[in-house]
Design a protein. Structure first.
Length: 269
Protein backbone atom coordinates (compact mmCIF):
# COMPACT_ATOMS: atom_id res chain seq x y z
CA UNK A 1 0.00 0.00 0.00
CA UNK A 2 1.19 3.48 -0.81
CA UNK A 3 0.23 5.97 1.87
CA UNK A 4 -0.07 9.62 0.90
CA UNK A 5 -0.15 12.08 3.77
CA UNK A 6 -0.94 15.75 3.93
CA UNK A 7 2.21 17.70 4.83
CA UNK A 8 0.30 20.32 6.80
CA UNK A 9 -1.05 17.64 9.17
CA UNK A 10 2.26 15.91 9.85
CA UNK A 11 3.07 18.28 12.72
CA UNK A 12 -0.30 17.51 14.29
CA UNK A 13 0.39 13.79 14.12
CA UNK A 14 3.80 14.27 15.70
CA UNK A 15 2.24 16.34 18.51
CA UNK A 16 -0.13 13.49 19.28
CA UNK A 17 2.83 11.12 19.60
CA UNK A 18 4.66 13.45 21.98
CA UNK A 19 1.59 13.94 24.15
CA UNK A 20 0.89 10.20 24.34
CA UNK A 21 4.45 9.32 25.23
CA UNK A 22 4.69 12.10 27.82
CA UNK A 23 1.70 10.74 29.73
CA UNK A 24 2.84 7.17 29.34
CA UNK A 25 -0.68 6.29 28.34
CA UNK A 26 0.22 4.44 25.17
CA UNK A 27 3.22 3.51 23.08
CA UNK A 28 2.63 4.95 19.63
CA UNK A 29 4.64 5.80 16.54
CA UNK A 30 4.39 8.83 14.31
CA UNK A 31 3.16 6.61 11.49
CA UNK A 32 0.32 5.22 13.61
CA UNK A 33 -0.73 8.67 14.74
CA UNK A 34 -0.51 9.94 11.19
CA UNK A 35 -2.69 7.08 9.99
CA UNK A 36 -5.44 8.16 12.40
CA UNK A 37 -5.02 11.81 11.51
CA UNK A 38 -5.35 11.09 7.81
CA UNK A 39 -8.11 8.49 8.13
CA UNK A 40 -10.67 11.03 6.98
CA UNK A 41 -8.90 11.41 3.64
CA UNK A 42 -7.19 8.10 2.71
CA UNK A 43 -5.77 8.89 -0.74
CA UNK A 44 -3.60 6.38 -2.55
CA UNK A 45 -0.76 8.05 -4.44
CA UNK A 46 -0.96 5.57 -7.30
CA UNK A 47 -4.68 6.25 -7.77
CA UNK A 48 -4.67 10.00 -7.13
CA UNK A 49 -5.25 12.27 -10.14
CA UNK A 50 -2.15 13.49 -11.94
CA UNK A 51 -1.71 17.17 -11.08
CA UNK A 52 -0.56 19.99 -13.31
CA UNK A 53 2.65 20.29 -11.28
CA UNK A 54 3.34 16.57 -11.73
CA UNK A 55 2.90 16.97 -15.48
CA UNK A 56 5.21 19.99 -15.59
CA UNK A 57 7.99 18.21 -13.69
CA UNK A 58 7.48 15.17 -15.90
CA UNK A 59 7.88 17.28 -19.04
CA UNK A 60 11.12 18.75 -17.70
CA UNK A 61 12.38 15.25 -16.82
CA UNK A 62 11.68 13.86 -20.30
CA UNK A 63 13.14 16.96 -21.97
CA UNK A 64 16.39 16.63 -20.00
CA UNK A 65 16.58 12.95 -20.91
CA UNK A 66 16.06 13.47 -24.66
CA UNK A 67 18.46 16.42 -24.77
CA UNK A 68 21.07 14.38 -22.89
CA UNK A 69 20.89 11.66 -25.52
CA UNK A 70 21.13 14.26 -28.27
CA UNK A 71 24.24 16.02 -26.93
CA UNK A 72 25.99 12.82 -25.79
CA UNK A 73 27.98 12.66 -29.04
CA UNK A 74 29.93 15.79 -28.11
CA UNK A 75 33.11 15.04 -26.15
CA UNK A 76 34.17 17.38 -23.34
CA UNK A 77 37.90 17.65 -22.61
CA UNK A 78 37.70 18.28 -18.87
CA UNK A 79 41.50 18.05 -18.66
CA UNK A 80 44.22 16.76 -20.95
CA UNK A 81 43.71 13.28 -19.50
CA UNK A 82 39.97 13.28 -18.68
CA UNK A 83 37.34 13.24 -21.40
CA UNK A 84 33.62 12.94 -20.73
CA UNK A 85 30.52 12.98 -22.94
CA UNK A 86 28.89 16.40 -22.84
CA UNK A 87 25.66 14.78 -21.63
CA UNK A 88 27.09 14.63 -18.10
CA UNK A 89 26.26 18.33 -17.65
CA UNK A 90 22.55 17.58 -18.06
CA UNK A 91 21.80 13.88 -17.55
CA UNK A 92 22.33 13.89 -13.73
CA UNK A 93 19.35 16.26 -13.53
CA UNK A 94 17.13 13.33 -14.50
CA UNK A 95 18.19 11.61 -11.27
CA UNK A 96 17.40 14.72 -9.25
CA UNK A 97 13.93 14.90 -10.79
CA UNK A 98 13.61 11.14 -10.28
CA UNK A 99 14.33 11.70 -6.58
CA UNK A 100 11.61 14.34 -6.46
CA UNK A 101 9.04 12.01 -8.04
CA UNK A 102 9.80 9.12 -5.69
CA UNK A 103 10.11 11.26 -2.56
CA UNK A 104 6.88 13.19 -3.11
CA UNK A 105 4.62 10.93 -5.19
CA UNK A 106 5.98 7.45 -4.48
CA UNK A 107 7.43 4.61 -6.52
CA UNK A 108 4.38 3.90 -8.68
CA UNK A 109 4.14 7.46 -9.97
CA UNK A 110 7.92 7.57 -10.48
CA UNK A 111 7.66 4.33 -12.46
CA UNK A 112 5.13 5.95 -14.79
CA UNK A 113 7.51 8.81 -15.55
CA UNK A 114 10.51 6.50 -16.01
CA UNK A 115 8.65 4.50 -18.65
CA UNK A 116 7.38 7.67 -20.29
CA UNK A 117 10.98 8.88 -20.56
CA UNK A 118 12.00 5.55 -22.08
CA UNK A 119 9.15 5.63 -24.62
CA UNK A 120 9.87 9.21 -25.69
CA UNK A 121 13.60 8.52 -26.01
CA UNK A 122 12.91 5.49 -28.18
CA UNK A 123 10.50 7.54 -30.28
CA UNK A 124 13.09 10.31 -30.70
CA UNK A 125 15.78 7.85 -31.85
CA UNK A 126 13.33 6.27 -34.29
CA UNK A 127 12.48 9.66 -35.80
CA UNK A 128 16.18 10.59 -36.06
CA UNK A 129 16.89 7.42 -38.02
CA UNK A 130 13.88 7.89 -40.30
CA UNK A 131 14.84 11.48 -41.09
CA UNK A 132 18.48 10.49 -41.75
CA UNK A 133 17.26 7.87 -44.20
CA UNK A 134 15.17 10.29 -46.24
CA UNK A 135 16.65 11.06 -49.69
CA UNK A 136 18.47 14.39 -49.78
CA UNK A 137 19.09 16.69 -52.75
CA UNK A 138 22.50 16.57 -54.41
CA UNK A 139 23.27 20.21 -53.61
CA UNK A 140 22.90 19.66 -49.84
CA UNK A 141 26.29 18.96 -48.30
CA UNK A 142 25.22 18.54 -44.68
CA UNK A 143 24.15 14.88 -44.77
CA UNK A 144 27.34 13.46 -43.26
CA UNK A 145 27.43 16.07 -40.51
CA UNK A 146 23.73 15.52 -39.80
CA UNK A 147 24.26 11.76 -39.51
CA UNK A 148 27.19 12.32 -37.16
CA UNK A 149 25.15 14.47 -34.79
CA UNK A 150 21.73 12.81 -34.97
CA UNK A 151 22.61 9.22 -35.83
CA UNK A 152 23.29 6.39 -33.43
CA UNK A 153 24.34 2.78 -33.74
CA UNK A 154 22.13 -0.05 -32.44
CA UNK A 155 24.86 -0.90 -29.92
CA UNK A 156 24.91 2.59 -28.41
CA UNK A 157 21.11 2.81 -28.41
CA UNK A 158 20.80 -0.50 -26.53
CA UNK A 159 23.48 0.61 -24.08
CA UNK A 160 21.71 3.91 -23.46
CA UNK A 161 18.28 2.37 -22.90
CA UNK A 162 19.59 -0.44 -20.69
CA UNK A 163 21.68 1.91 -18.56
CA UNK A 164 18.77 4.30 -18.19
CA UNK A 165 16.25 1.67 -17.06
CA UNK A 166 18.57 -0.12 -14.63
CA UNK A 167 19.85 3.18 -13.23
CA UNK A 168 16.53 4.98 -12.81
CA UNK A 169 14.64 2.02 -11.34
CA UNK A 170 17.39 1.12 -8.88
CA UNK A 171 17.58 4.78 -7.83
CA UNK A 172 13.81 4.98 -7.28
CA UNK A 173 13.49 1.65 -5.45
CA UNK A 174 16.36 2.34 -3.06
CA UNK A 175 15.14 5.88 -2.30
CA UNK A 176 11.63 4.57 -1.65
CA UNK A 177 12.83 1.79 0.68
CA UNK A 178 15.17 4.13 2.55
CA UNK A 179 12.36 6.63 3.10
CA UNK A 180 10.27 4.01 4.85
CA UNK A 181 13.26 2.69 6.81
CA UNK A 182 14.29 6.16 8.02
CA UNK A 183 10.70 7.34 8.57
CA UNK A 184 11.26 10.13 6.07
CA UNK A 185 14.38 11.53 7.73
CA UNK A 186 17.79 12.37 6.27
CA UNK A 187 16.74 13.15 2.70
CA UNK A 188 20.32 14.12 1.83
CA UNK A 189 21.59 10.67 2.80
CA UNK A 190 18.81 8.89 0.92
CA UNK A 191 19.23 10.81 -2.33
CA UNK A 192 23.01 10.41 -2.34
CA UNK A 193 22.94 6.67 -1.55
CA UNK A 194 20.31 5.96 -4.18
CA UNK A 195 22.31 7.98 -6.72
CA UNK A 196 25.52 6.12 -5.88
CA UNK A 197 23.78 2.87 -6.87
CA UNK A 198 21.69 4.20 -9.76
CA UNK A 199 24.47 6.14 -11.45
CA UNK A 200 26.77 3.19 -10.89
CA UNK A 201 24.47 0.90 -12.87
CA UNK A 202 24.01 3.50 -15.59
CA UNK A 203 27.71 4.28 -16.03
CA UNK A 204 28.89 0.65 -16.00
CA UNK A 205 26.15 -0.65 -18.31
CA UNK A 206 26.24 2.20 -20.82
CA UNK A 207 30.00 2.51 -21.24
CA UNK A 208 30.66 -1.24 -21.13
CA UNK A 209 28.09 -2.10 -23.81
CA UNK A 210 29.03 0.91 -25.95
CA UNK A 211 32.82 0.74 -25.90
CA UNK A 212 34.06 -2.63 -24.60
CA UNK A 213 36.22 -4.22 -27.27
CA UNK A 214 36.55 -1.00 -29.29
CA UNK A 215 39.43 0.36 -27.23
CA UNK A 216 41.82 -0.73 -24.50
CA UNK A 217 40.09 -2.08 -21.40
CA UNK A 218 42.00 0.34 -19.18
CA UNK A 219 40.58 3.29 -21.13
CA UNK A 220 37.04 1.95 -20.79
CA UNK A 221 37.47 1.49 -17.04
CA UNK A 222 38.76 5.05 -16.68
CA UNK A 223 35.77 6.36 -18.61
CA UNK A 224 33.42 4.51 -16.25
CA UNK A 225 35.21 5.82 -13.17
CA UNK A 226 35.42 9.46 -14.27
CA UNK A 227 31.83 9.60 -15.50
CA UNK A 228 30.54 7.92 -12.34
CA UNK A 229 32.45 10.20 -9.98
CA UNK A 230 31.32 13.29 -11.88
CA UNK A 231 27.65 12.28 -11.71
CA UNK A 232 27.77 11.49 -7.99
CA UNK A 233 29.56 14.78 -7.26
CA UNK A 234 26.88 16.54 -9.31
CA UNK A 235 24.16 15.03 -7.10
CA UNK A 236 25.99 16.00 -3.92
CA UNK A 237 26.44 19.61 -5.05
CA UNK A 238 22.78 19.88 -6.01
CA UNK A 239 21.50 18.35 -2.75
CA UNK A 240 20.58 21.74 -1.19
CA UNK A 241 18.53 22.61 -4.30
CA UNK A 242 16.88 19.18 -4.18
CA UNK A 243 15.84 19.89 -0.58
CA UNK A 244 14.28 23.20 -1.58
CA UNK A 245 12.37 21.75 -4.54
CA UNK A 246 11.13 18.70 -2.61
CA UNK A 247 9.90 20.85 0.25
CA UNK A 248 8.15 23.24 -2.14
CA UNK A 249 6.49 20.46 -4.17
CA UNK A 250 5.28 18.68 -1.01
CA UNK A 251 3.77 21.91 0.26
CA UNK A 252 2.25 22.78 -3.11
CA UNK A 253 0.77 19.32 -3.67
CA UNK A 254 -0.09 18.64 -0.03
CA UNK A 255 1.30 15.10 -0.13
CA UNK A 256 4.24 13.16 1.25
CA UNK A 257 4.14 9.53 0.09
CA UNK A 258 5.48 6.53 2.01
CA UNK A 259 5.57 3.28 0.02
CA UNK A 260 4.40 0.70 2.55
CA UNK A 261 4.02 -2.88 1.24
CA UNK A 262 4.61 -1.76 -2.34
CA UNK A 263 5.70 -4.39 -4.85
CA UNK A 264 8.76 -2.97 -6.58
CA UNK A 265 7.91 -4.41 -9.97
CA UNK A 266 9.18 -2.20 -12.82
CA UNK A 267 6.26 -3.30 -14.99
CA UNK A 268 3.18 -3.39 -12.78
CA UNK A 269 1.92 -3.93 -9.24
Amino acid sequence: MTKTTDVKDTAAAASEVAAAEATGAVEVTIEEAAAETFAAKPALAADAPISKLFMCIGIIFVSCLILSNLIAGKMWAVTDSITLPAAVILFPLTYIFGDIFTEVYGFKKARLVIWMGFAMSFFAVLIYLIVIGLPHPGFWEGQDAYETVMGTTPRVAIASFAGYLFGEFSNSIILSKLKVATKGKNLWMRTILSTVVGEGFDSVIFITISFWGTMENSVVLKMIMYQYLFKVAYEVLFTPLTYVIVKWVKKKEGVDTFDYNVKYNPIKG
